[in-house]
Design a protein around this ligand. Structure first.
Ligand code: B16
Ligand code: MG
Length: 222
């Protein structure tokens, strides 16, 4: 079976939005008096908004009720949207534009499956939105990564069977989500951390699409 679609995670695969999330979460952590640095921020990559807040609150051993957490999550998003205004095509990760173009030239439909509810705006700011056929809406899926929901929603939006999709992810939970969706998983980053992936490249720029397209779907997908 040949692949018919490529589905990309956003932050860490196509764009570097992690620094903007960090700026916003750092403001929240400072307001709460919780120590939070860029090392702590690593654990938030690929984690949805409320999951990220829970992680920061746990760092400070702070316990809050749901309305208070919802207010903080909304405040963080306001800070993030302010920071997003500074995003440009300079925040596209090296190799991402070329990878999208190669995948398009190979006849694949292109989708984005991000935990971010701001994915469309991020793609727009980076100038990539017109290159993508379908952006799955994180607000409309029941379960976040590592559940397969967002990748399955993206395959459905592209009208391609999951077995004919290859997914690209930089977070271990995202790779688990791709495999749970019965797709071939390409990891971007550390092969030890992304051991569940079918193939791992150190960066988006290092992706060899020909090598990817030579992979065959896993036995469970045939
Ligand atoms: P938002 P990805 C993720 O994007 C980020 O890596 C993660 O840090 C962020 O908390 C999450 O999106 C939710 O973002 O607050 O904009 O909904 O890696 O799944 O593309
Ligand atoms: Mg990511």
């Amino acid at each position: 079976m040949a692949f018919r679609a490529a589905i990309f995670d956003l932050d860490g695969v196509l764009v570097d939005s992690a620094r903007l999330h960090f700026v916003a979460w750092k403001r929240i952590a400072d307001e709460l008096g919780i120590a939070f640095d860029e090392h702590d921020n690593e654990a938030l990559k690929g984690v949805d908004r409320m999951g990220s807040l829970d992680h920061i609150l746990a760092l400070g051993a702070v316990s809050l009720d749901l309305p208070a957490k919802e207010e903080l999550a909304a405040r963080k998003n306001g800070y993030y949207l302010d920071a997003l205004a500074t995003m440009t095509d300079a925040d596209i990760l090296p190799g991402a534009t070329a990878l999208l173009a190669s995948a398009r030239a190979a006849g694949l439909a292109l989708g984005v499956a991000s935990a971010s509810r701001n994915a469309v705006m991020v793609l727009e700011r980076a100038g990539l939105l017109d290159s993508i056929d379908f952006v799955a809406d994180a607000a409309k899926v029941a379960r976040s990564k590592p559940a397969p929901d967002i990748f399955l929603a993206c395959a459905a939006g592209l009208d391609v069977a999951p077995a004919a999709c290859v997914g690209f992810e930089d977070a271990a939970a995202g790779v688990t989500a791709i495999k749970a969706a019965d797709m071939v998983a390409i990891g971007i980053g550390d092969a030890g951390i992304l051991a569940e992936a079918d193939l791992v490249f150190a960066s988006t720029a290092a992706v060899d699409l020909d090598q990817v397209l030579r992979l065959t779907p896993a036995p469970s997908q045939v």
